[in-house]
Design a protein around this ligand. Structure first.
Ligand SMILES: Nc1ncnc2c1ncn2[C@@H]1O[C@H](COP(=O)(O)OP(=O)(O)OP(=O)(O)O)[C@@H](O)[C@H]1O
Ligand SMILES: [Mg+2]
Length: 509
């Protein structure tokens, strides 16, 4: 790619960028939220066509008119915001637009299902190819998107934050696939805000800053700290605090809490024996593998899960409660930041202003009206505190980069000043610098007496930020770790199921 520039309205998203990707390398594309990484890759994958500069494939200049053109030239992309069709099966998604047919020209569903099963197996996941994509968790959807890209057998594979919802075990499996592809001569562009992934998998890296190339280097032998420094452009202090805060009264207590759904929904791991507590001023982590039931637990607590009978006990501030709707949970002082910001977090076509004030209208209204000045003040506070990179408050949320959308969702939840904050992968897709700011904000919120229950697939985040971590396995709390004396290794071991009875472990394999 030579001299690539692309503007959106007044924003120069890419500014005269050069990038070379070689056969048999993993090329990391780094940069803060809004730096222009996704835009550059959307040019390469034929999704953005009104750009300046040229793209040459194997030395031949080309001009892509559509993603289809790019695919024919051997380029496949796993986009940051997945473009799977929720109402279609996994197999139908994977073969969308290139359905397999029998010799008689009839769509060969059986063969598509079989090949889908093989592709999924390569990514290390067992899912029924006939299941609808809309039923899958974000992490599972990411694996389906990876399988879909593998099906294209591309020369150049672009992965835009493929692991932002994956746990270490799934990431390791995916890296094995990447290593295979690299050995077979593919060129891979890898975008991620998880620095340890970059030093593990990348051969070279290019850093974008404000749409321009700020640095390019070989990553072999670089430590995580060195990669981080190259990205941020200055030495970074530790991401995490070391001291634990003081705690107040108990806000939440679950005792052998379980949900027996009225109708089981495929692929969901409902709470099945969870015991934990969260005190005011405390950050409690939820760890576990993909599918261990973290999301389902948070949703159930917030009254947004599968309808059904609850067993065991759920206490909020010492009162037994059974929230069945988010409204009831909100009245109890809870707020939830969901895992998938596009489904339940953001109204993408609405303005940043509307998305931010949405949840606090009641609180800032005066006699039924929200004075414009108050509204602007509240929205400005979120944007400034979280350093969200935006054009104007009136711009639609979908003009923001992925990480900046995440910051809006989180900032909005903080604005509601809940007493109990439920967070599902709160820093998904957020750059390292902004992560440090978010951790700081969460610490401050806890300092004001808010209790936080936080699900994360990043062990470093759980161990570094939380006071305690409760590990889920198959919907059950299997261990609780005090992060003052337990590290990532213990956390991983507990997530893999160590510590349960031998029979239970054996019964699964
Ligand atoms: N469809 C769009 N309309 C208007 N502006 C856009 C659009 N897409 C991206 N931008 C802007 O272009 C700039 C670069 O965004 P881009 O999505 O490429 O960033 P990124 O490096 O991928 O960030 P992140 O790490 O958060 O995903 C940002 O300022 C963003 O707001
Ligand atoms: Mg992006």
């Amino acid at each position: 790619m030579t001299g690539i520039s692309k503007t959106y309205g007044g924003t120069l998203a890419c500014d005269d960028v050069d990038l070379t990707v070689r056969a048999g390398e993993v090329h990391a594309l780094l940069g803060e939220n809004g730096a222009g990484k996704s835009t550059l890759m959307r040019v390469l994958s034929g999704d953005v066509t009104d750009h300046h500069g040229t793209v040459a494939i194997e030395g031949r200049p080309t001009r892509f008119g559509s993603p289809h053109d790019a695919q024919r030239a051997g380029i496949a992309m796993i986009p940051q915001e997945l473009d799977l069709v929720p109402g279609l099966s996994i197999a139908a998604n994977i073969f969308l637009g290139r359905e397999l047919r029998t010799r008689a020209g009839i769509i060969d569903v059986r063969r598509m299902n079989r090949e889908t099963g093989d592709l999924l197996a390569r990514t290390g996941i067992t899912l029924d190819p006939k299941r609808h994509v809309g039923e899958l968790r974000t992490g599972e959807q990411q694996l389906v998107a990876i399988a879909k890209a593998l099906a294209l057998d591309a020369k150049v594979l672009i992965m835009d934050e493929p692991t932002s919802a994956l746990s270490p075990a799934e990431v390791t499996r995916m890296f094995a696939v990447i290593t295979e592809l690299r050995a077979a001569g593919a060129g891979i562009v890898y975008i991620s805000h998880r620095m340890e992934e970059i030093s593990r998998i990348a051969d070279r890296a290019t850093v974008l800053r404000n749409g321009r190339v700020a640095a390019a280097f070989a990553t072999a032998d670089l430590t995580v700290a060195q990669v981080t420094e190259a990205l941020v452009g200055r030495p970074v202090q530790a991401l995490f605090r070391t001291e634990h805060g003081s705690t107040g009264r108990e806000l939440l207590r679950l005792t052998d809490f379980a949900l027996r759904p009225r109708r089981t929904r495929p692929g969901r791991r409902e709470p099945d024996g969870v015991s934990l507590s969260v005190r005011a001023g405390e950050i409690v982590g939820l760890g576990g593998l993909l599918g261990s039931g973290r999301t389902e637990l948070l949703e159930t607590l917030f009254g947004a899960g599968t309808p059904g009978r609850r067993h065991g006990e759920l206490r909020v501030r010492d009162r037994v409660v059974r929230p069945r709707r988010p409204r009831q949970a909100m009245r109890l002082g809870m707020a939830l930041v969901p895992e998938d910001r596009r489904i339940s977090g953001l109204a993408l076509s609405h303005s940043i202003r509307a998305n931010t004030v949405l949840s606090i209208v009641d609180r800032i209204a005066v006699g039924g009206y929200v004075p414009r000045k108050r509204e602007t003040g509240a929205v400005r506070r979120v944007v400034d505190e979280l350093k969200i990179k935006i054009g104007g408050l009136g711009d639609a949320a979908n003009t923001l980069s992925g990480g900046n959308q995440q910051k809006i969702v989180l900032g909005r939840a903080l604005l509601t000043e809940p007493s109990l904050l439920l967070l599902d992968e709160p820093t998904r897709g957020v750059d390292v610098g902004a992560k440090a700011e978010i951790y700081q904000l969460l610490r401050e919120a806890a300092g004001r007496g808010i209790g936080i229950l936080l699900a994360s697939s990043e062990p470093a985040e759980l161990v570094g930020l939380c006071d305690r971590v409760v590990v889920l396995h198959d919907g059950r709390s299997v261990r609780e770790l005090d992060t003052r004396d337990a590290g990532e290794a213990e956390l991983l071991a507990a997530a893999m199921g160590e510590g349960r009875t031998a029979a239970a472990v054996g019964g699964e394999s």
